[in-house]
Design a protein around this ligand. Structure first.
Ligand SMILES: *Cc1c(COP(=O)(O)O)cnc(C)c1O
Length: 484
């Protein structure tokens, strides 16, 4: 008789690991979050460092969940960017409000499928409530429908799908059934300064980037309603117009009332990309910028930018729920519709999905309307402060009208320097500041010239953070002020 040799010892995932693994995650998360105020803002590790720390072939034997979390946390640290912290001013990037972050952890622990009411009555009602709150605080129609998507890119996609549905339905064409070949041609207009994701939404919708007619913008990047009126008069047929609340460079708002007068007269669908600017409506100090915005047919916004909800979170909002559902809804015998409650899948491209609206709910609940207004006002005040500090240094010109949370600066030209020389100096100053680590800022181009863009979107930022960061930028400019 032979003794069977023992097979490989397999440690299956074990429910007893859950508590320790979550404890380890909470420990590492707290340490990371505590470090945000002091750690260098940019990542320190190179791509090779990170591959060496995290890569290699997949182990054959299981690793316990707590050990997996410990090793993960150790391996990533030098490659993390403190973008959730108080001195990250790149792109338009919010941090995570404490309640939103903690709620997001719960969403993962609950692991609900937010596609259908029956999948999670709790998630469905939380999202229903969060949707109503968002509409109320931004002054949008209470009857509008809201889809919880991953970001403004997908919000633009979803809202423009509703637009495509509605304007073609008016022509007797069901685009969802018949597709676009043979469909009446659509005319699509957007400001020359529209965000790049409008073009990619059109590409994904089969409408094509090149069908977009750019409408001239003014100095601050605002779509000109008179030019739009002229362009719409040049032809006939169904039309979609994309306007913007919050230019990604200047923070400027398109003139919605004038634009809505034009789109109403031409029966065109009006969409507003308000990835961060939509939230300006939540404060009495900036609400005037959004005047007329509620007259649009659809809106896109992010919760992971100025609302400071963790990634990823965006909202697609449509004034006519039938158009929204017509574009996104689906039916199958096993999809149990809930007539008197919210089925999430009707409003998003996704079917199964995490209960993304719960963190939005927690963010709004924890802020209240007054806290939300203050969050917006602080971002605007910090932007003005940053601009004033840089202007007063004599090293920078502020290029935009600082109406919101965005500041565009360029080093003051030196005698004899042409634009190309100053562009090169922008690149050197940015690289220097990013390496130095007090803060992180990115570059952009404005009116054909290289600029430094400062976006004040984090709830964590204080006046002191603004002053230290402006000083770091001035110090870098001083280092690069001498003729090469
Ligand atoms: C950030 C941004 C987007 C894209 O949003 P994502 O969250 O990256 O999907 C679209 N429009 C504007 C104006 C933005 O600022």
């Amino acid at each position: 008789m032979t003794t069977p040799s023992p097979g490989p010892r397999v440690t299956p995932p074990d429910a007893s690991e859950i508590g320790p693994a979550l404890d380890r995650a909470a420990h590492h998360a707290a340490r990371f979050l505590e470090s945000l105020a002091s750690r260098p803002v940019g990542a320190r590790a190179s791509v090779a460092d990170l591959r060496a720390a995290l890569g290699g072939p997949l182990n054959e034997e299981p690793v316990s969940a707590p050990d997996t979390i410990d090793a993960l946390s150790r391996g990533v640290d030098a490659g993390l960017v403190a973008s959730a912290g108080p001195r990250y001013f790149g792109f338009v990037t919010g941090g995570s409000l404490p309640a939103a972050l903690a709620a997001d952890w719960l969403v993962s622990a609950w692991d609900q499928n937010a596609a259908m009411f029956v999948g999670s009555p709790a998630a469905a009602v939380l999202e229903e409530v969060a949707a109503a709150w968002v509409l109320a605080v931004t002054g949008l129609p209470a009857h509008a429908s809201v889809g919880f998507v991953t970001g403004a890119q997908m919000a633009n996609f979803t809202a423009l799908a509703a637009a495509r549905h509605a304007v073609l339905a008016r022509e007797g064409w069901s685009v969802e059934d018949r597709g676009l070949s043979g469909a009446p041609p659509l005319r699509i207009f957007a400001g020359a300064e529209a965000h790049v994701t409008i073009g990619s939404a059109l590409a994904m919708l089969g409408l094509g980037r090149a069908t977009l007619t750019p409408i001239g913008a003014d100095d601050e990047g605002r779509l000109r309603a008179d030019v739009l009126a002229r362009e719409l008069r040049r032809g006939t047929g169904p039309a979609i117009v994309c306007a913007q609340a919050g230019n990604v460079n200047t923070g400027a708002f398109d003139p919605f009332d004038a634009i809505a007068d034009v789109t109403t007269a031409h029966e065109a669908w009006l969409h507003v990309d308000g990835a961060f600017g939509l939230w300006a409506a939540a404060s009495p100090h900036s609400r005037h910028l959004t005047a007329g915005m509620a007259r649009a047919d659809s809106w896109a916004t992010d919760a992971h930018k100025w609302l400071n909800v963790p990634y990823d979170s965006g909202l697609a909002i449509v004034a006519d729920p039938d158009a929204h559902r017509g574009a996104m809804g689906m039916s199958a015998s096993y999809l149990v519709g809930q007539p008197d409650a919210r089925d999430g899948f009707l409003w998003t491209p996704e079917a199964s999905r995490r209960a993304r609206g719960v963190a939005v709910y927690a963010a709004l609940r924890s802020l209240g309307t007054s806290g939300l207004a203050r969050l917006v006002e602080r971002g605007c005040a910090h932007a003005r402060r940053f601009a004033n500090r840089l202007r007063a240094s004599g090293h920078f010109d502020v290029l935009n009208d600082v109406v919101l949370n965005q500041v565009l600066v360029r080093p003051t030209g030196r005698p004899g320097d042409d634009d190309a020389a100053t562009d090169a100096r922008v690149a050197r100053i940015l690289a220097d500041v990013q390496r130095e680590g007090t803060c992180w800022l990115g570059g952009s181009r404005w009116h054909g010239r290289a600029v430094i863009r400062v976006s004040l979107s984090s709830w964590m930022t204080t006046d002191d953070d603004v002053d230290r960061s402006a000083a770091a930028l001035v110090a870098a400019a001083t280092r690069h002020a001498e003729p090469m």
